[in-house]
Design a protein around this ligand. Sequence first.
Ligand SMILES: *[C@@H]1O[C@H](CO)[C@@H](O)[C@H](O)[C@H]1NC(C)=O
Ligand SMILES: *[C@@H]1O[C@H](CO)[C@@H](O)[C@H](O)[C@H]1NC(C)=O
Ligand SMILES: *[C@@H]1O[C@H](CO)[C@@H](O)[C@H](O)[C@H]1NC(C)=O
Ligand SMILES: *[C@@H]1O[C@H](CO)[C@@H](O)[C@H](O)[C@H]1NC(C)=O
Ligand SMILES: *[C@@H]1O[C@H](CO)[C@@H](O)[C@H](O)[C@H]1NC(C)=O
Ligand SMILES: *[C@@H]1O[C@H](CO)[C@@H](O)[C@H](O)[C@H]1NC(C)=O
Ligand SMILES: *[C@@H]1O[C@H](CO)[C@@H](O)[C@H](O)[C@H]1NC(C)=O
Ligand SMILES: *[C@@H]1O[C@H](CO)[C@@H](O)[C@H](O)[C@H]1NC(C)=O
Ligand SMILES: *[C@@H]1O[C@H](CO)[C@@H](O)[C@H](O)[C@H]1NC(C)=O
Ligand SMILES: *[C@@H]1O[C@H](CO)[C@@H](O)[C@H](O)[C@H]1NC(C)=O
Ligand SMILES: *[C@@H]1O[C@H](CO)[C@@H](O)[C@H](O)[C@H]1NC(C)=O
Ligand SMILES: CC(=O)N[C@H]1CO[C@H](CO)[C@@H](O)[C@@H]1O
Length: 425
Amino acid sequence: MSRVWCWLILLGLWLGQASAVTQNVGLQHNNTCVLKPLGRDQDDTDQIEAAIERCGHYGTTVFAEGVYNVTRTLQWDLVEARVDLHGYLNFTADLPYWMDPAHTVRVIFIQHQSSWFVLSGRDFIVDAHNTGGIIGNGQYWWDWYGTATRYGGDGRPVSLTVYRATRATIANFRIEGQPFWCNAIAESRDVVYDGMLCNATNTNPEYFGDNLVPNTDGIDTYRSDNITLLNWDMTTGDDCIAIKGNSTNIYARNITCRGGNGLAFGSLGQYFELFDHVENVTLEDTHVIRLDPQIQPNMRTGVYFKSWAGTRIGFPPSDGGGGLGLVKNVTVRNLRVDNATLPIQVIQRSNSLPGNAPSKLQFVNLTFVNVTGTATANTIVDIECSEAAPCPGLVFEDINVTVPSDESPAYICANVIAPQGLPSM
Ligand SMILES: *[C@@H]1O[C@H](CO)[C@@H](O)[C@H](O)[C@H]1NC(C)=O
Ligand SMILES: *[C@@H]1O[C@H](CO)[C@@H](O)[C@H](O)[C@H]1NC(C)=O
Ligand SMILES: *[C@@H]1O[C@H](CO)[C@@H](O)[C@H](O)[C@H]1NC(C)=O
Ligand SMILES: *[C@@H]1O[C@H](CO)[C@@H](O)[C@H](O)[C@H]1NC(C)=O
Ligand SMILES: *[C@@H]1O[C@H](CO)[C@@H](O)[C@H](O)[C@H]1NC(C)=O
Ligand SMILES: *[C@@H]1O[C@H](CO)[C@@H](O)[C@H](O)[C@H]1NC(C)=O
Ligand SMILES: *[C@@H]1O[C@H](CO)[C@@H](O)[C@H](O)[C@H]1NC(C)=O
Ligand SMILES: *[C@@H]1O[C@H](CO)[C@@H](O)[C@H](O)[C@H]1NC(C)=O
Ligand SMILES: *[C@@H]1O[C@H](CO)[C@@H](O)[C@H](O)[C@H]1NC(C)=O
Ligand SMILES: *[C@@H]1O[C@H](CO)[C@@H](O)[C@H](O)[C@H]1NC(C)=O
Ligand SMILES: *[C@@H]1O[C@H](CO)[C@@H](O)[C@H](O)[C@H]1NC(C)=O
Ligand SMILES: CC(=O)N[C@H]1CO[C@H](CO)[C@@H](O)[C@@H]1O
């Protein structure tokens, strides 16, 4: 017997449910599908697909609490729909299966990243109520690689990919143990994430003291406009938020980054044939926290901007460079760093070798307001813009970071165009 129960509910009840959310979801249909986990050793993938097929357009899908066994990719096309994901989608800990390129999808253009779960469509809400989301079985993946080098685009799947989505909300979502990037959003617009937890924490003592979890970025944004990130708690070994090419009108507030590389813009300029345009980004009330070094030794930057050099070396996904671009009007306000290595950085030579041409990708009008906390070294601001594209319009206001007591704070400013009346540096 099928464990998917679908039935029609009264319009009044539908309105009652819809009013609890902030988005305008249409009312053409009113299907509701309810699922519960099939239980031990059963595969839930079929019933999940059937429910989304039936209720993913103009309907509601309710997952009861519990753990759902997912054994292959999920691609949800949602239109004027709601999903209440009270439980967890457990993507099997079967690395050889997922690493077979035939078993994931490659909708993310940049670095040809792979995905096992893709949300697309328009006017939808996925609410995991802080009791559900994704189990990524990350420990299995991290142990598998151990300290071996990983490569971007090698097929490790992004946990939650939002692709070609418009007017969507993802709420109260938990991702436990992302093997690779926790989230990616690509080719989407008008999307709000409110409440997101990602946790890549190694618990295997064999690797204590190592960063076993590289590439476990909180989110990468690409070719997307008007994206809001609220109330995020990220434990990672890499970038907490990575704003990549053609991300515009991005707003983030109340973001906690535990371990990793902090807030990132980039890398940009990896594709020599593409222009990376980033404009209107505000990140506020962000907090970067160093973890126990046995668990995560890395807490590199508070916020940093990175571009590839002007010379291309190889091709993406792993290599590249030589791309043009413009990043303008970025505000980072109320950033607190707890023992970050370097609170603020601009660096334009990812992967660069001596003698490579300087980057022509330019950073313009970056504003830093109210940056507080502690740093583990004495350089608290390191701005190394490219001599081929010096940075105008940098503003620093209320920067108050404490350095180790026996040192005095230092600043590096290279290729910065000073405001009128002051000498450039
Ligand atoms: C998931 O489903 C597969 C296929 O039926 C099964 O072999 C496996 O034991 C299930 N896993 C869990 C955790 O139930
Ligand atoms: C998720 O599935 C894996 C097997 O793929 C299993 O080992 C693990 O216990 C499951 N997690 C939960 C919380 O059920
Ligand atoms: C940005 O997206 C939000 C959420 O979908 C929407 O309410 C808002 O109108 C959008 N802003 C613009 C300028 O389109
Ligand atoms: C992340 O997971 C680790 C290990 O399970 C746990 O100790 C830690 O409290 C979790 N962090 C958050 C913020 O939930
Ligand atoms: C910030 O986000 C966290 C979840 O990461 C939440 O628990 C907390 O209430 C939020 N704080 C504010 C002021 O909204
Ligand atoms: C960004 O948008 C511009 C203008 O539409 C386009 O020329 C460029 O190729 C895009 N870059 C990327 C990385 O998609
Ligand atoms: C800069 O971006 C912010 C939003 O992040 C916006 O409110 C402001 O109007 C933009 N300023 C300019 C000059 O475009
Ligand atoms: C940036 O914000 C300004 C002010 O709101 C707006 O005029 C401009 O169109 C925005 N830029 C982009 C790329 O959306
Ligand atoms: C930062 O380092 C200081 C000095 O080593 C230590 O006392 C403090 O607990 C650290 N804070 C965090 C959040 O790691
Ligand atoms: C500066 O940021 C901190 C949090 O990082 C906040 O508590 C404080 O109120 C902010 N100060 C101002 C003047 O906004
Ligand atoms: C940078 O900001 C200044 C002053 O706010 C403004 O005049 C200028 O047009 C901005 N530059 C760009 C490239 O947006
Ligand atoms: C009460 C109500 O609006 N019922 C509608 C539910 O949706 C079906 C189509 O899926 C309509 O035929 C009903 O009128």
